[in-house]
Design a binder for this molecule. Structure first.
Ligand code: AMP
Length: 283
């Protein structure tokens, strides 16, 4: 394992590396990230290295997926730290384009995310998934990976991207990886860095509450009642605002019911002061 990882910043340099690999018959996996890496991100890199010969990690804080009132300007960035961590995880290449390289003057084409984008996050972050889908389509065209790995942490994002790959006949395979959590259950997230000490103590309740909700739903509890209970518990724990707590069909994200016999997912988003946390679990 090397103690450094090569970084490229232009599409043309990226293509030189990937062409060389392709010439040798190597398979390629892409792990798209926005940097400020934690062990959740690194678990995706390790998974990639089990499945393909070369792992490319993109680091790009994509402005088009942030609304004007969101945290783009304060989003944590630590490229030097990220490179060290990625060398330790045996990544083969970091793809870190500038905003100008990704969206040169005159860039105007985009993807309109499909039906899986309309609810949940889509209600609170209306343009978000169009931005995510467009940047991921560009990343897929730039890197031309055999596989791309995404975390279940962002379950709706994974669903929207699966829908895009299917609807647009993209030839890569998407792989979902389980959510890495801190020992107290809090899902690792770059945004956890925003939490104050007292907020950090409240934050694990989100996982505890949605896990209990998933168990109640699996045991046939009335959905509306048990969701209302979960919201009450979150407020009591100290969450300052709840955007949604929902039980959805795990494949389509349409409203789910235990009677359907289909896999279900609990998804939630709520606020601790100025920090918005999302999490989800299987029923
Ligand atoms: P981000 O940098 O937050 O855009 O995340 C980049 C990728 O890492 C996405 O596919 C996320 O779903 C995934 N990811 C983020 N947090 C975790 C986590 N705690 N466990 C597993 N994957 C994660």
């Amino acid at each position: 394992m090397s103690d450094t990882v090569k970084i490229v910043r232009t599409v043309s340099d990226l293509r030189k590396v990937t062409a060389k690999w392709r010439g040798r018959g190597h398979t390629i996996g892409l792990i798209p990230t926005m940097g400020a890496l934690h062990s959740g991100h690194l678990s995706l890199v390790r998974l990639a290295k089990k499945k393909v010969d070369r792992a490319v990690v993109s680091i790009f804080v994509n402005p088009t997926q942030f609304a004007v009132n969101e945290d783009l300007s304060r989003y944590p960035r630590d490229e030097a730290g990220d490179l060290k961590k990625l060398a330790g995880a045996d990544a083969d290449l970091v793809w870190a384009p500038s905003v100008e390289e990704m969206y040169p003057e005159g860039h105007s084409t985009g993807i309109r995310a499909g039906s899986a984008a309309k609810d949940l996050e889509g209600v609170f972050r209306p343009q978000h998934f169009d931005g995510v889908a467009t940047v991921c389509a560009k990343l897929f065209n730039q890197v031309t990976p055999d596989i791309a790995i995404f975390g279940e942490k962002d379950f709706q994002q994974l669903t929207v991207l699966r829908q895009m790959v299917r609807d647009l006949d993209m030839s890569l395979k998407l792989i979902g990886a389980p959510t890495k959590r801190d020992t107290d259950g809090l899902a690792l997230s770059s945004r956890n860095a925003y939490l104050s000490l007292s907020e950090r103590k409240v934050a694990p309740s989100l996982y505890a509450v949605i896990s209990a909700l998933a168990e109640d739903a699996a045991n046939g509890a009335d959905m509306l009642t048990t969701i209302a209970n979960a919201k009450r518990k979150l407020t009591t724990a100290g969450f300052t605002k709840i955007d949604y707590v929902e039980i959805r069909d795990a494949e389509t994200l349409e409203p789910g019911s235990t009677a359907s016999g289909r896999p279900l997912r609990v998804l939630a988003a709520c606020w601790l002061g100025k920090t918005r946390l999302i999490d989800n679990v299987a029923v």
